[in-house]
Design a protein around this ligand. Structure first.
Ligand code: FES
Length: 150
């Protein structure tokens, strides 16, 4: 089927099976490798992107659900060549260890701040619980988000 969607501000048109996970469209069709495959079952959050301003698990979002929609990935989170404040904070706080889950972590944090610019520590912890990190970087993640809020 023909699917058109906007990705990081660019209109994209694809001829693709409608049930193809958005994750593979982003990575394989559009070359946006920042969004990662973790569990493939909607459980870990590594594949988190924004669809129409909401965080979604792209591994379990059929591309037909994104038709006509506005997708933002980690590559499109900053403005032009400027990093998003959260990306700067991630660097400042040395958050990543292996780094694999971090784009999903940042996309979830970015949605939190877009919907609640001044979250409490408890709200940050609650918002980030769906994103797993096998290296256990959770305390640095919370500190980095708090530094953007402060
Ligand atoms: Fe999508 Fe784990 S890869 S939630």
């Amino acid at each position: 089927m023909a699917v058109s969607l906007t990705v990081n501000g660019d209109e994209r048109s694809l001829n693709i099976e409608g049930d193809t996970p958005l994750l593979w469209v982003l990575r394989d069709e559009l070359g946006l490798k920042g969004t990662k495959f973790g569990c493939g079952a909607g459980l870990c959050g590594a594949c988190t992107v924004h669809l129409n301003g909401q965080p979604v698990r792209s591994c379990s979002t059929p591309v037909e659900m994104a038709a006509g929609g506005d997708v933002v990935t980690i590559e499109g989170l900053g403005e032009g060549r400027r990093l998003h404040a959260l990306q700067e904070a991630w660097i400042e706080h040395g958050v990543p260890q292996c780094g694999y889950c971090q784009s999903g972590q940042i996309m979830s944090a970015a949605h939190l701040l877009a919907s609640n610019p001044a979250p409490s520590r408890e709200e940050i912890v609650a918002a980030m619980t769906g994103n797993l990190c096998r290296c256990g970087t959770y305390s640095r993640i919370i500190s980095a988000v708090e530094s953007v809020v402060a």
